[in-house]
Design a binder for this molecule. Sequence first.
Ligand SMILES: Nc1ncnc2c1ncn2[C@@H]1O[C@H](COP(=O)(O)OP(=O)(O)O)[C@@H](O)[C@H]1O
Ligand SMILES: [Mg+2]
Length: 390
Amino acid sequence: MTCFPVLFGRRSHSSARLDPDIEEEFSGLPHVRLYTYKELRTATEDFSPVNKIGEGGFGSVYKGQLKGGKVAAIKVLSAESRQGVREFLTEIKVISEIEHENLVKLYGCCVEGNHRILVYNYLENNSLAQNLIGRRHSSIQFNWRMRTRICIGVARGIAFLHEEVRPHIVHRDIKASNILLDKDLTPKISDFGLAKLIPANMTHVSTRVAGTIGYLAPEYAIGGKLTRKADIYSFGVLLVEIVSGRCNTNTQLPTEEQYILERTWDLYERKELVELVDESLNGEFDAEEACRFLKIGLLCTQDDPKVRPLMSSVVYMLTGRMRVDERNIAKPALISDFMDLKVRKKPVSRIDMHTQASSSSASYNQDTTFSSTVSTPATATFTARYDQSM
Ligand SMILES: Nc1ncnc2c1ncn2[C@@H]1O[C@H](COP(=O)(O)OP(=O)(O)O)[C@@H](O)[C@H]1O
Ligand SMILES: [Mg+2]
């Protein structure tokens, strides 16, 4: 038995024990391998804590060695996840058909009983959150060239999801921990298309990493308006994080520096943007290019979603093939003021989000409702709707 994803018609003999309906459903997924629970249990040494590499809003992630030696990241969706097999496989189909240099590859899944497990290509160098953003003790030193390559790669991955996949995909959770790095430090975006795998009462936005809220476009977080422009906003925040090497929210800093976008805008107005560039680069960077990247970050995070550039334009601007028109730069949209207000008014630790119509996998006609518990002391109810025009 092979441990590589099966091609159409090939089956693991162990999967033959599964419901014939699942088998049939599965025959429509030529690029995905169906794993048995036993296989994945063996791969992770019974889901041993030693092999656990992380935990997010969707569940726990384990490193595992599949039969044949291939190493995988095995994402066990949380116990509450009781989505039907059919719905689950429908979403798996969407994810499995997507291939791009800057997107994490799905090897396969397990749908035995109540188990819903995703098996991904394992990325050796973990995530940007672990290695770059706000970390000073990573073994990897990200020089300026590496950073530009990462920014451009991530932009290309999002542009692909937004503009080339049909129907297009809104990721909805672009953040540093969803940017994984392979052995060559090529960035790979993870968790695209996942929102539909999560049932109504579960989170879509992982909130365990402090500052996640800082990536959310206010019109989405507060107004519930979900478009590709919400991802572009999150990308803008991430771009500034990569250039500055700091997390979007850092309450240890003086008040005026705590929120990265506020700080960026302030420095932009004072024509001192270069101050924001990561000190750990020791001045070894292209200042003109770094300031251009920060300005693109400001363009992406503008208050009016309509004037945020499309990701393909962002790629052109990052690579210098399109000019950054400073006349379009305006004060960024900030959720921080709103959150502050809520913190003072109501110190409760839960945010409920209700969305209708669309989630990250942006199939236009499907409705999703979910709620999200975040580690932010505030309460708010959000209603999201998907707007195809943006
Ligand atoms: N394919 C993968 N390869 C290597 N590490 C991974 C992979 N997928 C996830 N991880 C690790 O597991 C952690 C948890 O992932 P996840 O459940 O998606 O939560 P989050 O994205 O909120 O951190 C990630 O931060 C990352 O460190
Ligand atoms: Mg993730």
